[in-house]
Design a protein around this ligand. Structure first.
Ligand SMILES: *Cc1c(COP(=O)(O)O)cnc(C)c1O
Length: 489
């Protein structure tokens, strides 16, 4: 336990009850002047809409409220505290420069109903971002609207459905891979498709024969993440794209893992018809808790007519929002999308430039391979393929000692580190999926490796985490018995 002593310390962490438990009848956070008009009869004014008197909203003073939330904030873990190696999620550091600019006056004060003469600068930024994203994927058109990766997926699938309808031959099936994020089949179902799954080979790629076996003229598209959630580049992707196109089907690439291929491989070049970005993953806009996200899509020629409106158009030196797309699927988000996230992603891209973005991916790959080299002798590696930006292990070597994936993950919390993604991708039993991103230093990765090795050497802690304000919670009960309205007795 030497390492545990070095990485964490016993400090005071204040216990905190809920606001409802802390409530003191009569306590108040504001002081209003005495009423100088007759009191209104709420029941008379609002009738049935009047708020019942027995709501039991919490009553607290201002300092009590401030302390409540400040205490809770000290229980949190964040990317600003240490490594956050959550595979597939790309939890990279959010540069402060982006925040500074996104919070500056002209940007904060812009209103979506401002006339276009006033918003030329904002439209120019969005136009540049559109151009940058197309340059990254090699596609000829883009929509910035979707609010997250999953909504980008839904947007892409709605365009795919519209494309087949426009051909006069609606198709009902989407093929997904067994490495898929849960959002892939969910988005496909929401867009009205049925789902067929193909299996990834031992070498970490989907093989053309597997696709051929399920490909027919009812298949609208294949949906696959590339590099996939095993951190492996789908090596047959071009062959598969050609097969799909020959069969009149399209290729959807889930772009959540673009962090591995910036400036290295462009989905548009290998036949992708649509790909969503996760600006909150690849381009460092805040992610998780701090949201919102942003999930722009770029598309091939085939899907351009169906893109959402509006999009930013440049004519001469003037920028405007264009709605001119007769076959559009419509809007998928109010106004232009999550503009604040565009600013942050634009800053990140501008700060790094093309060379810098390529370096991001090279460093992300280098870091993942460093962790692979440090941990490959302790963990089992179920897939033997070159690692890109994330590496997937499992707990096969640990089973005899009674340690398994969940226990290892929970014990890492005692070391003051966020656990990796576990039990995903689903095609690897008891997966441990690690993505350090390019923003971790070698020192921080060594701290992580040290913690993992000490945990594996001392498998005696049964109920980790034991050094945090809340010990192991019953996750099944928490999911099955949601108590969100508990307070409104
Ligand atoms: C994160 C992720 C998504 C979903 O993105 P959200 O922005 O969370 O909606 C989809 N696919 C993969 C592979 C992901 O990692």
């Amino acid at each position: 336990m030497e390492f545990l002593k070095k990485t964490t310390s016993q400090t005071v962490v204040l216990e905190e009850a809920t606001l409802f438990e802390n409530s003191r009848p009569g306590a108040c956070g504001i002081a209003l002047p005495p009423l100088d008009v007759p009191a209104a009869d709420v029941a008379k004014v609002f009738g049935n809409w009047a708020r019942p008197n027995d709501l039991h909203l919490p009553e607290l003073s201002e300092p009590e409220v401030v302390r409540h939330f400040t205490r809770l904030s000290t229980w949190n873990y964040a990317i600003d505290l240490g490594i956050y190696p959550l595979g597939s999620c790309t939890m990279k550091y959010n540069p402060r420069l982006n925040e500074e600019i996104a919070r500056s006056g002209a940007i904060l004060e812009a209103h979506p109903y401002d006339p276009e003469e006033w918003t030329q600068g904002h439209l120019a930024v969005m136009h540049e971002l559109q151009e940058d994203l197309m340059r990254v994927t090699g596609h000829p058109a883009v929509s910035l609207q979707p609010a997250a990766g999953a909504q980008g997926e839904l947007t892409g699938l709605m365009m795919i459905a519209a494309y087949h309808r426009a051909q006069g031959k609606p198709r009902k099936t989407i093929i997904t891979a067994d490495t898929a994020h849960g959002t892939n089949p969910a988005s496909a179902a929401l867009a009205g498709f049925q789902i067929v799954q193909v299996t990834t080979d031992q070498d970490g790629s989907v093989h053309p024969e597997a696709v051929k076996a399920v490909l027919n003229n009812d298949v609208a598209a294949l949906m696959v993440t590339n590099p996939n959630t095993l951190g492996v580049f789908e090596k047959h992707i071009k062959t598969i794209a050609d097969m799909l196109h020959e069969a009149g089907a399209l290729l959807y690439i889930d772009g959540a893992n673009l962090n591995a291929v910036l400036g290295i491989a462009r989905p548009g070049d290998y036949g992708a018809d649509v790909i969503q970005f996760n600006l909150h993953k690849t381009f460092s806009t805040p992610h998780g808790g701090g949201g919102p996200g942003s999930g722009p899509v770029t598309v091939s020629e085939r899907l351009i007519p169906f893109l959402p409106v509006p999009f930013v158009e440049k004519k001469g030196d003037a920028f405007s929002l264009s709605f001119n797309r007769p076959q559009t699927i419509g809007r998928v988000k109010a106004f232009v999308g999550n503009y604040g996230m565009f600013i942050r992603a634009w800053c990140y891209i501008r700060a790094l430039g093309g060379e810098g973005l390529r370096r991001v991916s090279e460093d992300a790959i280098l870091n993942a391979n460093y962790l692979r080299s440090q941990l490959k002798d302790v963990f089992n590696m179920p897939i033997n393929a070159p690692t890109l930006h994330e590496v997937v292990f499992n707990d096969r070597n640990q089973r005899d000692s009674g340690l398994e994936t969940t226990k290892i993950a929970k014990r890492l919390i005692d070391y003051g580190m966020h656990p990796p993604t576990v039990h995903f991708p689903l095609c690897v039993r008891n997966a441990i999926m690690i993505e350090p991103t390019e923003t971790e230093s070698r020192r921080e990765m060594d701290r992580f490796v040290g913690a993992v090795k000490e945990i594996l050497a001392t498998p005696d802690v049964e109920q980790a985490p034991v050094r945090v304000p809340r010990e192991r919670v019953d996750e099944t009960k928490a999911a099955r018995e949601l108590k969100l309205r508990h307070v409104f007795r």
